[in-house]
Design a binder for this molecule. Structure first.
Ligand SMILES: Nc1ncnc2c1ncn2[C@@H]1O[C@H](COP(=O)(O)OP(=O)(O)O)[C@@H](O)[C@H]1O
Ligand SMILES: [Mg+2]
Length: 394
């Protein structure tokens, strides 16, 4: 009985999980989750690609590490595997929660975790009627949002099931607000209605905090978070080209993050989350911004060689060799004085603004190989694999 790694495409994270499994001596099997037919009939269950029958692989699987990237596919994957009697990391219950930012926030808020003020209007921006007629609702929706969040403060509209900063839009004027509401057509990343949030005055960084639990053990918050930083865009997603740093977490924040994990993972023996959190820093800034921007520019220059190595095609032919070079490039970046300065500015800011933290998202299948691991020192593949193993062992 083994652990199966389920994925759509084998990318760096999946190759990293394979490499880590080898190092830990854990046997992994693989379940593709794209061009494969899952069939149920009176003859039972089968799973076949055009070239290979995976039915017996799945039969021999006890726990599934679900790495399907699209949220919808991941949710289906967990559910299918659970129906076939497999343990899943994360479970479909967790995937259902994390699929929707609103569902995540409702639960965290209910349990007393600080979140940004969030408003949901179930109505879509435009209703299509018979005969091609359209009813426009953006003005009413804008009024409803403004009733809850002052526009001067900034209103963030976000696709409820989006990722990578997609469809996260900031409005500071009425025209922008209506235009942004119109952008949110019902889609796979925003199934229904519109979610808005107060703009948190978060300065130049936010945090990605890893929490996890193995069956039979205490939940853990990794002591160091990844900080994503830059002034380029109010969205700090690394996908949008921001820089990454590490930030040691004060004990109080680690405790709060563990609580978030326990709330979201309730009823599950093993779980893992990457929590996104920001601080309402406002004017409580610990250094002059002009000076900070100079350091960020310098760090940005140093980060170029990391970015170049990330693109290097060696990763496709010799993943382990590419990884060694990437690690080296990152170490060089990390040892620059600009990196060290910004790291301490962030850690000091976190310390000063601890009481102003808000949690805004829980990611159930975080990317980690290229940024989180190198910045923080935590190879997330280890808790992933050990979490899956813990579901089998007992
Ligand atoms: N309410 C907000 N106030 C300020 N910045 C925000 C707010 N919501 C999101 N952001 C920024 O946009 C980024 C992406 O938003 P997030 O809710 O994490 O969605 P995604 O799933 O796209 O990562 C956040 O990491 C943060 O930097
Ligand atoms: Mg996020």
């Amino acid at each position: 009985m083994s652990i199966a790694l389920l994925y759509e495409r084998s990318e760096n994270d999946e190759n990293g999980i394979k490499l880590t499994a080898q190092e830990l001596g854990i046997d992994l099997t693989y379940i593709p989750f794209r061009k494969i037919a899952f069939a149920i009939s009176k003859n039972g269950f089968s799973a076949k690609t055009k070239g290979k029958d995976y039915t017996s692989v799945i039969e021999g699987t006890k726990a599934v590490l679900n790495r399907a990237q699209s949220k919808n596919r991941r949710l289906q994957a967990s559910y299918i595997m659970e129906m076939l009697g497999k343990k899943t990391l994360n479970s479909s219950e967790i995937e259902f929660l994390c699929y929707s930012k609103l569902r995540t926030l409702l639960l965290l808020h209910k349990e007393g975790i600080p979140i940004p003020k969030t408003v949901f209007v179930p109505c879509d921006a435009v209703d299509a009627m018979k005969g091609g007629r359209e009813i426009h609702n953006e003005k009413d929706i804008a009024d409803l949002f403004q009733q809850e969040i002052p526009l001067e403060q900034g209103i963030v509209i976000k696709a409820d099931a989006g990722t990578h900063g997609k469809m996260i839009m900031l409005s500071k004027t009425r025209d922008q607000l209506e235009a942004n509401i119109l952008e949110t057509k019902p889609s796979i990343i925003n199934p229904v209605g519109i979610v808005a949030q107060e703009l948190i005055q978060k300065w130049f960084y936010d945090l990605r905090i890893i929490v996890y639990q193995e069956k039979g053990k205490q939940p853990v918050c990794y002591h160091t978070a990844m900080a994503r930083a830059g002034f380029k865009d109010f969205r700090t997603n690394t996908f949008l080209g921001n820089l990454v740093f590490h930030a040691k977490l004060p004990k109080a924040i680690q405790d709060l993050a563990v609580k978030c994990g326990q709330i979201l993972g309730k009823g599950n023996h093993a779980w893992i989350f990457a929590l996104d959190a920001m601080f309402d820093v406002g004017e409580n800034k610990n250094v002059d911004e002009a000076e900070l921007k100079l350091e960020l520019d310098k760090a940005g220059q140093a980060f170029l060689s990391v970015q170049k190595m990330k693109q290097d095609e060696l990763r496709l032919t010799d993943f382990a060799a590419w990884n060694a070079r990437l690690e080296h490039a990152f170490q060089v970046y990390k040892s620059t004085s600009a990196y060290e300065k910004i790291n301490s500015i962030i850690e000091e800011s976190v310390e000063r603004n601890m009481g102003a933290i808000v949690f805004h998202e829980a990611n159930s299948c975080p990317e980690f190989w290229e940024n989180t691991r190198l910045a923080t020192g935590l190879n997330v593949a280890v808790p992933l694999l050990k979490g899956a193993q813990s579901l089998i062992d007992s």
